[in-house]
Design a protein around this ligand. Structure first.
Ligand SMILES: NC(=O)c1ccc[n+]([C@@H]2O[C@H](COP(=O)([O-])OP(=O)(O)OC[C@H]3O[C@@H](n4cnc5c(N)ncnc54)[C@H](O)[C@@H]3O)[C@@H](O)[C@H]2O)c1
Length: 314
């Protein structure tokens, strides 16, 4: 049995950001409707350096396991924060169908979820967009905004990182963090441990997709600010244990009834934005069903790649 291996370049070539948004949207709906399933993500801590995550999902006739890292100190050592592998198997007989680079799959689905949430619960007449954090997943988010017809401002604590992404993608660096924070559709994709979004930052009608805080100790928004706005998340169980939400839940200021899952909004079973004055936040910790969506799209796109990908013999 020969199983294709898609490295990062092959994944990026097989799945466009537009296709990623479509695939991730369908996955959120299938999960909300109980057609796709996802056992809880398992964290394997290796602190203080970082952690490993094992993320399984089942849907679309396939099963997936992503084995992936978050090692925030890695860029300083010339290594990516997020690395690992995705194994896609046939759910009818268990046969492996593809191995894929986990960083590329993660970046595509993270950018897709950030922008999808912004488009779904952000104001329909939103004009400006910004991405704070110009790392691997911030770049992917900016790329997705651009594919969806927006020109995001980029900001990073390291100005050369913001400039690098802006030059590569043909968008602009924000003049200041303050300018980036003012965008109608804001996405934060940082490993920050101190809130970037302090109390009073978000104005009426503004939306933020909080993508960075996906494990212990991380926080992109202050508890008071999260308690003040309308909150959406990717998955209550996961986000309330490992996302920005955990701090607000522990403080007792946000509970299950205060938070709406994005999939329910997309499936039409929960209310999205209620008024143009509402400030909204989407808390993401990243779901294996999103990875499954991208892995399936990559397998589909494989036939159209004008290059051979290597395969492994089992
Ligand atoms: N929710 C999800 O689905 C999801 C998916 C992937 C990664 N993540 C998380 O997102 C974060 C970023 O991941 P990555 O792979 O892009 O990391 P990365 O290391 O490639 O990039 C992070 C960037 O954020 C910048 N940064 C750090 N603190 C900042 C601050 N306070 N303000 C502005 N910029 C700041 C860094 O300079 C760096 O350029 C990590 O915490 C990671 O675990 C979440």
């Amino acid at each position: 049995m020969r199983v294709p291996f898609l490295n990062g370049r092959a994944v990026e070539r097989a799945v466009s950001p537009e296709r990623a948004v479509e695939a991730v949207r369908d996955a959120f709906v299938a999960y909300a409707q109980g057609e796709w399933t996802m056992p809880p993500k398992v964290y394997v801590p290796a602190y203080p350096a970082g952690d490993f995550r094992a993320m399984p999902a089942l849907g679309g006739g396939h099963a997936l396991l992503k084995w992936v890292t978050s090692f925030p100190g890695n860029p300083a050592r010339g290594l990516p924060t997020v690395m690992g592998v995705v194994l896609l198997s046939d759910a009818a007989n268990g046969a492996p169908r593809a191995l894929l680079d986990a960083a590329a799959v993660t970046a595509l689905r993270t950018g897709a979820a950030a922008v999808l949430a912004a488009e779904t619960v952000g104001r329909a007449d939103a004009e400006t967009a910004a991405v704070i954090g110009a790392g691997v997943n911030g770049r992917a988010t900016a790329r997705t905004f651009i594919a969806r017809g927006r020109e995001p401002l980029i900001w990073d604590v390291y100005s050369e990182r913001a400039a690098g992404v802006a030059n590569e993608l043909g968008c602009r660096v924000a003049q200041s963090r303050h300018d980036a924070l003012a965008a109608d559709l804001l996405v934060t994709v940082t490993p920050a441990r101190e809130a970037l979004i302090v109390p009073g930052t978000l104005r009426p009608g503004q939306h933020v997709s909080l993508m960075g805080a996906d494990g212990p100790g991380k926080a992109e928004i202050a508890v008071e600010e999260l308690a003040r706005v309308r909150v959406f998340c990717d998955d209550w169980e996961q986000a309330s244990h490992n996302g920005d939400l955990v701090h607000a839940v522990e403080a007792g200021v946000v509970g299950r009834d205060d938070v709406t899952e994005l999939g329910a909004v997309l499936a039409g079973s929960a209310e999205g934005r209620r008024s143009s004055e509402e400030a909204t936040a989407f808390d993401s910790t990243g779901l294996a069903i999103q990875d499954l969506a991208i892995a399936l799209a990559a397998l589909e796109g494989l036939d159209e790649l004008d290059e051979d990908v290597p395969s492994l013999e089992f």
